[in-house]
Every structure is written in C-alpha cells, then in structure tokens.
Design a protein around this ligand. Structure first.
Ligand SMILES: NC(=O)C1=CN([C@@H]2O[C@H](COP(=O)(O)OP(=O)(O)OC[C@H]3O[C@@H](n4cnc5c(N)ncnc54)[C@H](OP(=O)(O)O)[C@@H]3O)[C@@H](O)[C@H]2O)C=CC1
Ligand SMILES: CC(=O)N[C@@H](CCC(=O)OP(=O)(O)O)C(=O)O
Length: 347
C-alpha cells in the first residue's frame, strides 16, 4: 500500500476493456479510479451502462475533454486505435499512460501506417514506448511513462513463441498459428456480424492472410531473435462465446526442448503456467476472469512437428488485467498486486 493511492482516469470506461479495468481495480490497494470517460454514452453513470458495477465504483461518465487532469496520476487508454493517440498526445506530461489500443505498439511509424492505414501523429513516442507484454518487457518497464499493451492475440501467441526465439529452437520458416476469440474481442460497439444471432452456433475466420496483428507479432519475434525476416501465418476466428481466447501454434522442433524452454521462461511467474507434458489440453474456462495464461505442449504424430496451445481471457490477460500488471511494473510494485486473488469462473 502506498501513502496515497494513485488516481486513475479510465478513458473509454463505457466500453468492454474500460469497464473490465474498473472492475479489476476494485481489488487494487494502490489505485483508485476517479474519472471515467465515454463518447456517445457520456452523461450517464457507469452503473447506468453496466449494472453489474452498481455500488462498486459508480462514477459519472464524462467526455475526456472534461477530465481535470491536475488530479490524475495515470490514464488507462481503453479507446479505439487512432482515437487513442489523438487523445493521449494532448495529456499533460505528469500523467502516466497505459494504452490498451494498438497505437503505440509499433516501434516503426511506417510499419504502423502500413498496418493501420493512417499516419502516426507521434512517431517518436511510438518508437520509444515500451511494448508491455508484462513477463517479457524486462527492466525498461520500471519508471516508464508510456506502455503499449499488446493485442489480445499477440499476447497469447508471443507468450508461446518468444521463449523459442533466442536461441532459435524452432524452424522459423514454419510458424503457423490458428487462433480463436470470443466476441468481446471486437468491442462493445455494434458491428455487422457481431450480433448474437449471427455469432451463435457458427464459427468463421476473418482477416485471413491480412490481419493487423500479424506485423505486430512479427515485429516482436524479429526483435527477440535479432533478425528481420521472420514471418508467420496467423488466422483468427470468431467463436460463439463472450470472452476467452485460444491459440494453437503449429511448429517444427523438438517437443522436449520446446517444453523445457517454456517451463524455464515462466518459472516463478505468477500468471503463466506451462502444463506438464501429457496434460489434457487447457480450456478457456480454466482462465476465465483471471490474468492467467496456460500453455500446453504436445508432440504431433507428424514427424518433427509440435503443437503448442495457449489460453487467456481476452478481457483480462489480453487487455485490462495485463494493463494493471504493467502499471504495477511501471511503479515498481509487486506485478500481481490487485490481480492475484482472481480465481477462474468455472464452468
Ligand atoms: N476487447 C478486447 O478484447 C481487447 C481490446 N483491445 C483494445 O482496447 C481498446 C478498447 O477496446 P474495447 O473496450 O473492446 O472497445 P469498446 O468498443 O467496447 O469501447 C470503446 C470505448 O471508446 C469510446 N470511444 C469510442 N469512440 C470514441 C471517440 N471518438 N472519442 C472518445 N471516446 C470514444 C467508447 O465510448 P462510447 O461507448 O461512450 O461511445 C467506449 O468507451 C481498443 O483499441 C481495442 O482494440 C485490446 C486488447 C483486447
Ligand atoms: C474478435 C476480434 O474482433 N478481435 C479483435 C482483436 C482485439 C484486440 O486485441 O485488438 P487491438 O489490437 O485493437 O487491441 C480483432 O481481431 O481485431
């Protein structure tokens, strides 16, 4: 516990990751949300929008331009990409920022504009932001002013692949990732194809061969490996559940070496568990509502191939939980503060 809890503004509190950040901060001893912003829903209270938060943190939802930044220590950016940088670049310098959008994940603004179809308004800041995959960000996180949380898919995928990069213990030309996300991954706004009646009882791939998370994943793999030509095949699917993410990585390598590298990488980490070889495959329900990531490694009957599965909750480890873990690391606190009491909701 600090003398004075940090005062937090949740930008985009009327959306899924914003509301989840508010929910999770209820358990945090050192951070208190004092401002919540929205756009179309500004003027309501949080519990008007999210009745499950009634009596917890019932803040007024206001426009970002009406926040009194003098009293704010940290902002969680839970805004659409593009909107996020437009707002973050106007914040006073004393406000630390944990951004959940993709706006500060690319070290190279040219790569950003290629993936997102717009110029970055602050190329130097994106080049210097910390890429906040918590377990891999290292010492640079402590004292940082701006941390970019990874996308939900890159979070689960890089958890599997980064420990295999240096030394490179897999065939770097044969990385194939099949990924599935619950519908909250697409945000709360109404989007064609995301209605219950169009999602339930079906399954579809999207962004096939073109998804914007592919260059994000490749950036981090190449940085870790000290290379510039690693490419991956990544195919995401939308599945009929609210939250949860499941990734299956098809690799070439030695099953024991891969299992050993992953086990060593996450030994002692509170949120990442590498299951013993031979374990039943993890289920998204095993991590639902928690900041956990579970990884399991399997030999394939096809010679020399290995299958690695990872599951996370996209709204916790894939966004709001990891954002809080990152703030803990930025402040030099125990990384598990406010997050370690979460138990999975099962079934
Ligand atoms: N959902 C997920 O699983 C993950 C999401 N992310 C990223 O986190 C960010 C937030 O995602 P998510 O919570 O799902 O999105 P939502 O669509 O659920 O929420 C978006 C929020 O941004 C606000 N907003 C939208 N447009 C504007 C604007 N022009 N000016 C100010 N505020 C605006 C909305 O306000 P209002 O509703 O009042 O209009 C709402 O509060 C996105 O960048 C997303 O890509 C990252 C990892 C995982
Ligand atoms: C199911 C679904 O639509 N998921 C989103 C990813 C959510 C996420 O991580 O988005 P950001 O990179 O914007 O933070 C998508 O595929 O675009």
């Amino acid at each position: 516990m600090t003398d004075q809890p940090l005062k937090a503004a949740i930008l985009g509190a009327s959306g899924y990751t914003g509301a989840e950040t508010v929910r999770l901060l209820r358990n945090h001893p050192n951070v208190t949300p004092v401002a919540a912003t929205g756009n179309a829903l500004a003027g309501k209270t949080l519990s008007d929008i999210f009745p499950h938060l009634r009596g917890k943190y019932d803040l007024d939802v206001i426009k970002a331009e009406d926040v009194d930044w003098g009293g704010i220590d940290v902002a969680f950016g839970c805004l659409p990409h593009g909107t996020s940088q437009d707002l973050i670049e106007t914040l006073p310098a004393h406000v630390k920022v944990v951004d959940l959008s993709s706006d500060y994940r690319f070290r190279d603004a040219v790569a950003y504009s290629k993936a997102y179809g717009r110029e970055h308004i602050a190329p130097k800041r994106t080049a210097n932001a910390i890429y906040g995959l918590s377990e891999h960000a290292g010492d640079a996180m402590k004292g940082a002013d701006l941390v970019a949380c990874p996308g939900c898919y890159p979070t689960a995928i890089l958890m599997v692949l980064l420990p295999l990069m240096n030394p490179m213990i897999i065939d770097r030309d044969a990385i194939i990732i099949d990924a599935k996300s619950g519908a909250t991954g697409a945000g709360r706004g109404l989007k064609e194809g995301n209605l219950f009646s169009e999602v339930t009882e079906g399954l579809h791939a999207y962004g096939v061969g073109t998804h914007r998370h592919t260059p994000e994943i490749e950036q981090e793999l190449n940085l870790r490996a000290g290379l510039n030509d690693i490419e991956v095949t990544f195919t995401p699917h939308l599945i009929p559940m609210a939250r949860g993410e499941h990734v299956t990585c098809h690799l070439r390598g030695d099953v024991d070496a891969i299992h050993a590298a992953l086990s060593a990488a996450y030994e002692g980490q509170p949120f990442v568990s590498v299951l013993p070889l031979g374990s039943p495959p993890p289920d998204t329900r095993h991590v639902r509502g928690t900041n956990d990531c579970r990884i399991a490694v399997y030999p394939d009957s096809a010679k020399g191939r290995v299958i690695v599965i990872a599951v996370i909750d996209n709204l916790v480890k894939g966004s709001s939980g990891q954002a809080i873990q990152n703030l803990n690391l930025m402040m030099g606190w125990d990384q598990a503060l406010g997050l370690d009491a979460l138990l999975p909701l099962f079934p």
